[in-house]
Ligand binder design. Structure first.
Ligand code: FBP
Length: 551
């Protein structure tokens, strides 16, 4: 049964053999979810920063404990209690989203018979405009273990005020809402939970950690889903480009990798493939590098490699790089102000507004990059870094620097840069075994948390380096991930993005190898993502190194 719009059937246009075999796969659940369980509350929680302000912003939720599911002879919730639950996918795609919904659906089928699951279409806007579909077994089936978000689609609209969602939630008489999203979406999920509780509404809200960027994580939420698959897909392509570079011996490949804010994807792909140069944004910011410093570093490595007879190489750059360079950060924040309040006129009158240093930097940038910096911001006010071709900008700047060195006689080769952007091609791949299992458990756990009356938690599955059966399952208080930012004179709650830790095990491992990788060729080609065989259950280096270091 379908309401408000009929989505196209998933496999109307055909299904590959691999897709078909993934559809048939039945997924393992952590042991605790296989039998009866109880929900045990932990100690009261605080916040990631500014607890007094968070307490004021979330008076009904602040301090609530996180929850852990433990085996029990009696079940936490009555199995004859049917529920009405809504689910929404928010923000950029990440492999595994369909499995979160499948896990939630199966929980309701198995543990709360007679329940109804509504899928809000097109992201948070679907809640505000009451656009939804009934998710039935037939509807969900073709999406199991498949990439993409096309079961109900996603969107980046923001629920500006919780009141916007109330009407729909009341109209559908929802017991619960599951918000599958990144840091902004989970912040909004928490605001909704607070509002519903304040108004004594019965609707509870549970978040799920999604983003390929890998920057929504904490002790209880060791990774966001999609990161594992996306990094494996990108690493395959980088490995192929490396073999191409070595085969022709004449190109420097500049590969920009998605990751709007944090450089986790770039770091992980570097650990998987061993490129000659990897720029990590967090390090650039910590060491206050300028664009010229970054350019010089790349040019220095190219010159040293030339001395060894190598006129080729592979360079990884995070999508968010420019936002880490202090002088460009300043320029972007001044441009944000101008774009928020004024029109950027063709006559260039707007150029009177930024400070002289920012304007000087702006004028130094290639024209294409200038235009990209002026593009419209996303609904959260962020510059859309996916649209800024940093890799092309670096090629131009390195070319100019090498030309200068050639004139001085310190570089004699021809430099040929080739640009690549690996982004969208990794977001909708068939989820890896890890992401398929992780997402299924996250969705199943979200159902369990709602059923046992919890709200304002993010579904949390831990102990991820152990076999699935041993995974820990629970929910973490969303307010415990929050800090505040001052915007327009007011404190706004935010879930702080988890950035690459320069003291963390993954960065240290990379830093210990980078010089060797720069000058000698240690290229490593991981090949395509595997679903069966010896490497199929290997998770990414970042997760393994972080969890091992924390053990
Ligand atoms: P989320 O944080 O919403 O998961 O999205 C991450 C991301 O894939 C970034 O890596 C990228 O910058 C951005 O989405 C691209 O956004 P869009 O899909 O709007 O082009």
């Amino acid at each position: 049964m379908v309401a408000n719009g009929t989505p196209a059937p998933r496999f109307a246009s055909g299904c590959s053999e691999l897709q078909a075999s993934r559809l048939q796969l039945s997924l393992p659940l952590p042991d605790v979810l296989k039998h009866s369980f109880q929900v045990v509350d932990g100690p009261p929680s605080s916040s990631a920063g500014n607890p007094d302000e968070i307490a004021k912003l979330f008076p009904n939720l602040f301090g609530q404990p996180s929850a852990l599911l433990v085996p029990s002879d009696t079940s936490a919730a009555a199995s004859d209690q049917s529920l009405k639950i809504g689910v929404v996918l928010s923000g950029g795609q990440a492999p595994g989203g369909h499995n979160v919904i499948s896990g939630l659906f199966d929980y309701l089928e198995e543990r709360a018979q007679g329940s109804t699951l509504y899928g809000f279409r097109g992201g948070p806007a679907g809640i505000m405009n009451s656009k939804y579909v009934f998710l039935t077994s037939d509807f969900v089936r073709p999406y199991r273990n498949q990439g993409g978000f096309d079961m109900i689609c996603s969107g980046r609209d923001k629920i500006e005020t919780p009141e916007h969602a109330e009407e729909t939630v009341n109209m559908l008489d929802l017991d619960g809402l599951v918000v599958i999203g990144g840091d902004d979406s989970n912040t909004n999920a928490c605001l909704l939970a607070e509002n519903f509780r304040e108004k004594k509404m019965k609707t509870r809200v549970i978040g799920c950690p999604k983003t390929i960027d890998g920057d929504l994580k904490c002790k209880e939420v060791p990774t966001s889903f999609g990161f594992d698959t996306a990094c494996k897909i990108y690493s395959e392509m980088i490995g192929n480009v490396m073999v191409d570079a070595r085969s022709t011996g004449k190109y420097y490949h500049f590969v920009r990798l998605m990751g709007r804010a944090a450089s986790h994807i770039t770091l992980e792909c570097s650990l998987q493939t061993h490129p000659n140069i990897t720029i990590i944004g967090e390090e650039v910011a910590a060491t206050k590098q300028t664009l010229k410093n970054v350019t010089d570093y790349i040019a220095d490595v190219i010159c040293k490699r030339a001395e060894r007879g190598y006129n080729y190489g592979v360079i990884l750059v995070p999508e968010g790089l420019i936002d880490f360079i202090p002088e460009i950060q300043q320029l972007i924040s001044e441009l944000n102000e101008i774009l928020a309040n004024d029109v950027v006129d063709g006559d260039g009158m707007w150029k009177k507004k930024p400070g002289s240093q920012s304007l000087q930097i702006f004028e130094l940038l290639p024209q294409a990059i200038q235009a990209q910096l002026l593009l419209e911001r996303d609904p959260h006010g962020n510059v859309q870094v996916a649209k800024i071709e940093t890799e092309k900008m670096l090629i131009e700047m390195v070319e100019t620097e090498l030309e200068f060195r050639r004139k001085q006689g310190v570089y004699k080769n021809d430099f040929r840069g080739r640009s690549h952007f690996l982004g969208y091609e990794g977001r909708c791949g068939l989820p890896s075994n890890f992401d398929a299992n992780y997402c299924y458990a996250l969705g199943y756990a979200a159902g369990a948390l709602l059923h046992s009356g919890k709200t304002g938690l993010i579904s949390s599955v831990g102990n991820l380096t152990a076999p699935v059966e041993k995974w820990a399952v629970g929910g973490t208080a969303l307010t415990s991930l929050m800090d505040v930012e001052r915007r327009h004179g007011k404190f706004k709650p935010v879930i702080k993005k988890a950035m690459v830790e320069l003291e963390g095990a993954p960065f240290k491992k990379f830093a210990s190898m980078r010089e060797e990788w720069a000058l000698n060729n240690h290229y490593c080609n991981p090949g395509p993502l595997q679903f069966q065989g010896p490497t199929s259950n290997v998770t990414n280096h970042t997760l393994m190194l972080e969890l091992d270091a924390g053990a």
